[in-house]
Design a protein around this ligand. Structure first.
Ligand SMILES: *[C@@H]1O[C@H](CO)[C@@H](O)[C@H](O)[C@H]1NC(C)=O
Ligand SMILES: *[C@@H]1O[C@H](CO)[C@@H](O)[C@H](O)[C@H]1NC(C)=O
Ligand SMILES: *[C@@H]1O[C@H](CO)[C@@H](O)[C@H](O)[C@H]1NC(C)=O
Ligand SMILES: *[C@@H]1O[C@H](CO)[C@@H](O)[C@H](O)[C@H]1NC(C)=O
Length: 424
């Protein structure tokens, strides 16, 4: 009996010791992790991707490229974000790069629903303090995702989440409504923006901000909206001839057995084009307020992929501000490799086609860089991370080259041994 008691007692003491030491250890580890300066947490820092070397200038003789890029979406979930630290670590550019750009602020509408990290990389590529950014986060995403985007946006006076969010459905009206929600917010913004450009999370800029500004102020586009598209071809007629409805968050399907729609209001001729645009501010106000624009919007509610006819149709109205009634596909707004244009418009997809659109691989980059487009679609940081890594470094190099102010060291994503870029 006595023996047993001692055994039980010893066992209990031992057990308590183990529990205490495990707890102390956990607390200690927790503390040491959370108190450690962010920079020692090394795991998310990407080394310089050597496969990008062909796309960048030679580093200074005898030097090598280094990268300190500790971009981590997890950082956004670690309680309160230290904004000044985040801006430095993520290499955000914090000054207008030239007077010319300062005088021509741009507005961006970015619709996202996944890939926080890819979004952060897109934002830092296009972010400049003179511009303004409306982020539409899909209403169907997890709350934590939205909270992370909000936390990031809170670090900037000129980045905000749209005041209304839609559940966005592929090819549905909600896709159009998402842009309109942002436009309504941008219409009353104090920032004197000159053009609004829409982007999705899988776009990436090819032109620097200065090049964008110059392109949009060139003779052809100085007073004109850009909405690539043509008269609706007969093979696209089904989209606006019969009724469609969204299956919320999933897809858009034919309604009944193909119920016919009434013809468009005000005898408008329907055009067909891309969903991408660069629009003037008066045109945005026209879209929000004009009777014809509103009637066309209502009529478009039960059409298929209305964002591919709405902007381009309005922009062919003679009365719309900055309209382009004779316009077709021009503008170089987006480079996309469609699978059905292989061999005619491009040399094939080196990544992979998904839904008929190429997700770029590394070997697509030269083709993109040789072109003259404003943005490229689509990149995917999981499928082909190399392509995004290199286009990002190449683009930042170009942006810094175009700077007319002293370049701050934090703005560089890659540097050589001396902490400077060879390309300065
Ligand atoms: C350590 O941190 C984790 C999560 O951060 C928490 O769940 C756990 O309770 C913490 N442990 C102690 C002993 O504080
Ligand atoms: C980060 O990792 C690199 C190796 O990848 C190492 O040389 C460096 O000392 C580490 N920095 C810190 C602060 O831990
Ligand atoms: C945020 O980071 C900066 C370093 O960039 C540091 O000086 C500052 O103390 C930090 N602020 C807080 C509240 O931790
Ligand atoms: C658009 O902005 C103008 C100027 O601030 C304002 O007068 C107008 O009411 C706004 N329109 C809408 C639909 O919000």
């Amino acid at each position: 009996m006595f023996n047993l008691n001692i055994k039980v007692c010893c066992f209990l003491i031992l057990a308590i010791c183990v529990v205490i030491s495990v707890t102390m250890c956990t607390i200690f580890l927790n503390l040491s992790v959370s108190m450690a300066p962010a920079r020692t947490c090394n795991t998310s820092c990407r080394p310089f991707p050597d496969y990008c070397t062909p796309y960048l200038p030679q580093p200074t003789r005898g030097k090598q490229w280094h990268q300190w890029d500790c971009l981590s979406k997890d950082r956004l979930n670690e309680g309160k974000l230290n904004c000044s630290l985040m801006l430095k670590e993520l290499h955000f550019i914090t000054e207008p790069m030239s007077q010319e750009e300062k005088q021509f602020p741009l507005a961006f509408i970015i619709t996202i629903h996944k890939e926080l990290e890819t979004f952060m990389r897109l934002l830092r590529a296009i972010y400049f303090p003179q511009n303004i950014y409306c982020i539409h986060v899909d209403a169907k995403v997890e709350e934590s995702y939205k909270a992370s985007v909000q936390q990031l946006a809170n670090c900037f006076p000129n980045v905000f989440l749209s005041s209304i969010s839609e559940v966005v459905t592929y090819a549905g009206f909600s896709r159009l409504q998402a842009d309109l929600n942002c436009m309504k917010d941008l219409n009353t913004s104090q920032v004197p923006w000159k053009r609004v450009i829409n982007l999705c999370g899988q776009d990436f800029p090819i032109k620097s901000n200065l090049e964008l500004v110059r392109h949009l102020q060139s003779k052809a586009w100085r007073d004109t909206n850009m909405t690539p598209g043509i008269r609706q071809p007969s093979y696209m007629r089904y989209r606006t001839q019969r009724q469609y409805q969204e299956v919320a968050g999933l897809h858009t399907v034919s309604r009944g057995h193909g119920i016919y729609k009434t013809p468009p209001p005000h005898n408008i001729e329907i055009y067909f084009g891309t969903a991408y645009y660069a629009l003037t501010r008066p045109f945005v106000r026209f879209v929000l307020e004009d009777r014809v624009a509103k009637d066309l919007l209502d009529w478009s509610r039960d059409t298929y992929s209305p964002d591919e006819h709405y902007w381009v149709t309005l922009n062919h109205l003679v009365d719309a501000p900055g309209s382009n009634p004779q316009g077709e596909w021009e503008g170089e707004i987006r480079t996309v490799k469609w699978s059905d244009q292989e061999g005619t418009q491009h040399n094939g997809c080196k990544g992979r086609y998904i839904r008929g659109i190429c997700i770029y691989g590394l070997d697509d980059l030269q083709w993109i860089m040789d072109g003259n487009h404003m943005f490229a679609n689509k990149f995917d940081s999981h499928l082909f991370p190399e392509a995004l890594n290199c286009i990002e470094l190449w683009h930042r190099h170009k942006v810094l080259q175009h700077a007319q102010v002293p370049v701050q060291p934090e703005w560089r994503i890659a540097t050589d041994d001396n902490g400077v870029t060879a390309w300065q």
